[in-house]
Ligand binder design. Structure first.
Ligand code: HEC
Length: 108
């Protein structure tokens, strides 16, 4: 009986590690954006679909969101990296439609 409890405990510990590892693995940028940003930024409200920024500008925007206390909790460094990678690949300057006008022209 005692042994059983020990194994149960060990099992739960291992499961705990396994799930936290898993959570890390699925924490890709899209998911992080959904968790951290889409509460306020989604297609019907403050959409960011047409926002195309460089990595630096996304970083600045993120900092602004933190500064303005918009996020429930700041992201970890690794999460922020993932988010920025995702934002730049989907909403970076390179994915800008060729209108001839850089979308952040006029800003700053
Ligand atoms: C609680 C609501 C909220 C959350 C969560 C939030 N934002 Fe914002 N965001 C805003 C508001 C409000 C503004 C407009 C701020 C202003 O102009 O003062 C804004 C502005 C922005 C802008 C500038 C938009 C533009 O048109 O220039 C960017 C970029 C942005 N947010 C990115 C993000 C990202 C990335 C996240 C997630 C890490 C995020 N936001 C999370 C509310 C939020």
């Amino acid at each position: 009986m005692r042994m059983y409890k020990v194994f149960l405990y060990m099992g739960m510990t291992i499961l705990g590690f396994a799930t936290s590892g898993f959570a890390l693995a699925v924490n890709d940028g899209a998911k992080i954006f959904e968790d951290a940003c889409s509460e306020c930024h989604h297609p019907k409200k403050k959409p960011l679909d047409d926002t195309h920024l460089s990595r630096e500008k996304w970083q600045e925007a993120y900092d602004l969101m933190v500064e303005k206390d918009k996020l429930d909790a700041p992201l970890s460094k690794a999460q922020l990296e993932e988010l920025l990678n995702w934002l730049v690949s989907t909403h970076g300057p390179a994915s800008t439609p060729a209108t001839g006008v850089p979308p952040d022209a006029g800003k700053n």
